[in-house]
Write a protein that binds this ligand. Structure first.
Ligand code: PLP
Length: 394
């Protein structure tokens, strides 16, 4: 079986390696401590205590209170819960503000609100400019009397572009509008302190921060009106029914400590490696361009278009050297449509099709960067030799 030791893994916005210390923390909860945390006996009770500790670890990373943390099954569930909760809490308000570049977890939910809720909704999807940034003036103009919730991602999964959600949440709060942010890509990569913001809901996914898959968190600010998505038992203080995914909750708690301890490395060494990769690719490969703002961006992400070649073909050639990256988000690959994010930014068709997202982590090394920089120019040149678009244009 291929392991991470063989792969040059630069697809960390799709998913991350479970940190060994995270796995180690989880294992006892898969064999020894299998009690149900809701049970009255001590055997279950000790599991409940471990969950409380994990809740505190998550809260500490976010600058939140443990009571504001609800464990869910994934980032997608957290996103759905926040938006549908706001619409149920304010049934008279039928307007939702979001952006054109959200992850499908928010984008597709918002596009299906009428069907899911049985009510007609008005949706404002904010445009982005060529660098993937929002216009705050336009945002302010979109906020209306009947706006129930704003949902804007903290950082974009494809380009890494960071949105000014703290400022946007303040503007929403001034008008009595709830604010949700999908922070699945931001948490663990950039510092976040929710106690200093007006954000009401925030979504996390465990597998993007060196934790396990199938576990998420929804932060709900104390006092925010809330309607559960999964109605059942009294777990999560009645805010999310279903027996807890204990081992994964423990793993996510430990992962939050791991990313907090590595935050400085992420923003110095990882960022430096990303900058070297980006500068090297742009200078050695003609007709290549960066997608996304040069500086308002996550430290680990570089999205680069190689004009006149196909992203899927590039990935296949990279795969021969065991280099892992992505041509858009993993959730949208499999379709030949160019990414909705790059289209919203107005990236020309010939460039959008040849975009590759390199997303690094603290496990990457300088040698790996050099290896990718050595292999990419010949991969692109070889494909261009075969490309009818390249021959027609150049
Ligand atoms: N939101 C963003 C920005 C993401 O990048 C992802 C995953 O790619 C999700 C939500 C969905 O998270 P999950 O896979 O835990 O449902």
């Amino acid at each position: 079986m291929m392991t991470h030791n063989d792969a040059v893994y630069m697809d960390n916005n799709a998913t991350t390696r479970i940190a060994p210390e995270v796995l180690e923390a989880m294992l006892p909860y898969l064999h020894d401590y299998y009690g149900n945390p809701s049970s009255m006996h001590r055997f279950g009770g000790q599991v409940g205590a471990a969950i409380s500790q994990a809740r505190k670890q998550v809260a500490d990373l976010l600058g939140a209170e443990p009571e504001e943390i609800i464990f869910t099954s994934c980032g997608t569930e957290s996103d759905s819960t926040a938006i549908l909760s706001a619409l149920q809490s304010f049934p008279e308000k039928r307007h939702v503000v979001t952006t054109r570049v959200e992850h499908p977890a928010v984008k597709n939910l918002c596009e299906n609100l009428d069907r899911l809720t049985g009510h007609k909704h008005r949706l404002t999807r904010l445009m982005v400019d060529a660098e993937g940034c929002l216009d705050l003036q336009k945002y302010e103009e979109s906020l209306a009397e009947d706006t129930a919730i704003v949902s804007v991602m903290w950082a974009n999964n494809e380009t890494g572009v960071i949105f000014p959600v703290v400022e946007m949440a303040r503007m929403a709060k001034e008008r009595g509008i709830l604010f949700h942010t999908d922070a699945v890509q931001a948490v663990g990569k950039i510092p976040i302190n929710l106690s200093e913001t007006d954000i009401d809901f925030l979504s996390i996914s465990g597998h993007k921060l060196h934790g396990p898959k199938g576990i998420g968190v929804l932060y709900v600010r104390r006092g925010t009106p809330f309607m559960p998505f999964l109605v059942g038992g009294h777990q999560e203080r009645g805010r999310r029914g279903g027996t807890e995914n204990v081992a994964s909750i423990i793993g996510l708690g430990r992962a939050c400590e791991f990313v907090a301890a590595n935050m400085a490395d992420e923003n110095s060494r990882v960022k430096k490696m990303r900058d070297k990769l980006e500068a090297g690719l742009l200078s050695s490969i003609p007709h290549s361009m960066l997608n996304g703002h040069k500086t308002d961006r996550l430290p680990n992400t570089a999205n680069i278009s190689f004009e006149y070649v196909e992203g899927e073909a590039i990935l296949l050639h990279m795969d021969q050297y065991n280099i892992c990256a992505s041509s858009g988000s993993a959730c949208t690959s499999g379709s030949l449509e160019p990414s909705h994010v790059l289209r919203a930014m107005g990236v020309p068709f010939t460039a959008a099709h040849g975009s590759i997202r390199y997303s690094l982590s603290v496990y990457n090394t300088e040698d790996e960067i050099d290896f990718v920089l050595e292999k990419m120019p010949s991969i692109i040149a070889g494909l261009r030799e075969m490309s009818p678009f390249w021959k027609a244009e150049v």
